[in-house]
Design a protein around this ligand. Structure first.
Ligand code: NAP
Length: 243
């Protein structure tokens, strides 16, 4: 059993990943921007008999990330599983994307991924073992109207996944990505009912995914059953994107 750090795990997909990894017996460091949201996930894990602790930090803040990883290492040991999940959605036509929002999208999704990986990778390399799972999006594969900034950031995450996988796989660290389609979380629930109904209708599966279904994909990727998966982008997307 391993020590896992899951970012953005106070809600939605991240919370489900943390809960699933804990159910598999891993000890889970639950990160979120908000301490109370992280504590809520920790309480669910503990109620089910698992081991977890909350760590509030903004993944785009270098000092906060380094302090968080140091604290996790002190409490549990160095993370052997890192799930870069923290993120947020934002829609705007290209010319309406403000530079500050463009920078924020890339700061959280891309810089946050870089900073958390940078803080956790040395111990993984020293041990010769580790797992990094990056939560991208199918929008990083196919793009989306009003989503140039978000889709661009998620495409960057997929490119970073492949590049780092090429660098470190032969040193025992497996790096993969998950590119979900629409998943029922607060991020998607905030979208208009019309959009959701139209989207559901065009999905081959006819329904959105649940956060727990993404949690299962992450649990697979960090298991020995996924030993041959390196630099891959798995698509729990209800059939929306078929590559
Ligand atoms: P969610 O329910 O809004 O959860 C995201 C969590 O990340 C929130 O608790 C949020 O905290 C936290 N967070 C945001 N910025 C952060 C930061 N700078 N540092 C630390 N934590 C931060 O969204 P979700 O749908 O589960 O999304 C999780 C990931 O899946 C995201 O990367 C998203 O892009 C990706 N994704 C989602 C879907 C989908 O359909 N839902 C599809 C594809 C990919 P606050 O709430 O306090 O801001």
């Amino acid at each position: 059993m391993m020590i896992a750090l899951v970012t953005g795990a106070g809600s939605g997909i991240g919370a489900a990943i943390a809960i699933r990894l804990a159910a598999e017996g891993h000890r889970v460091a639950v990160n979120d921007l908000s301490q109370s949201a992280a504590e809520n996930t920790v309480a669910q894990i503990k109620a089910a008999g698992g081991t977890a602790k909350a760590y509030a930090a903004d993944v785009s803040d270098e000092g906060a990330v380094n302090a968080m990883v140091a604290a996790v290492t002190e409490d549990f040991g160095a993370p052997e599983i890192l799930v870069n999940n923290a993120g947020f959605g934002h829609q705007a036509l290209f010319l309406e994307i403000e530079p500050a929002m463009f920078d924020k999208i890339f700061a959280v999704h891309v810089r946050g991924n870089y900073l958390c990986t940078r803080a956790c990778l040395p111990a993984m390399l020293e041990k010769g073992a580790g797992h990094i799972v990056n939560i991208a999006s199918q929008l990083g594969q196919i793009g989306g109207v009003e989503l140039t900034h978000y889709a661009g950031a998620k495409a960057a995450v997929i490119g970073m996944t492949k590049s780092l996988a090429r660098e470190v796989s032969n040193k025992g660290v497996r790096v993969n990505a998950v590119a979900p389609g629409p998943i029922n979380t607060p991020l998607v629930e905030a979208l208009s009912e019309d959009w959701k109904a139209a989207k559901r209708a065009e999905l081959p599966l006819g329904r959105f995914g649940s956060p727990a279904e993404v949690g299962g994909v992450v649990a697979f990727l960090v298991s020995d059953d996924a030993a041959l998966f390196v630099g891959q982008t798995l698509g729990p997307n209800s059939g929306d994107v078929m590559l």
